[in-house]
Design a protein around this ligand. Structure first.
Ligand SMILES: [Zn+2]
Length: 73
């Protein structure tokens, strides 16, 4: 279980459910009210509300670039 508030753009994550295409690697492409993720196998984009994302995300596979500490909000 990962901390859903500790999600960065370009993170590669694994979700609890395998996508119907068979893929289980997702890249985070949007952070907002909804979290946008792209299936790296079929390139389908999915938007999930943060609460739903938090329930469905399983683990990090790769971390995106760390946000510089001077940039906030
Ligand atoms: Zn897919």
């Amino acid at each position: 279980m990962i901390d859903p508030t500790d999600i960065r753009l370009d993170d590669i994550v694994q979700m609890r459910k395998t996508h119907p295409c068979g893929g289980n690697r997702w890249q985070v492409v949007r952070l907002g009210t909804d979290i946008g993720i792209v299936c790296l196998t079929c390139r389908r984009k999915v938007y999930l509300p943060r609460s739903k994302f938090a329930r469905q995300v399983k683990r990090h596979i790769e971390r995106g670039a760390e946000t510089p500490p001077t940039v906030k909000g």
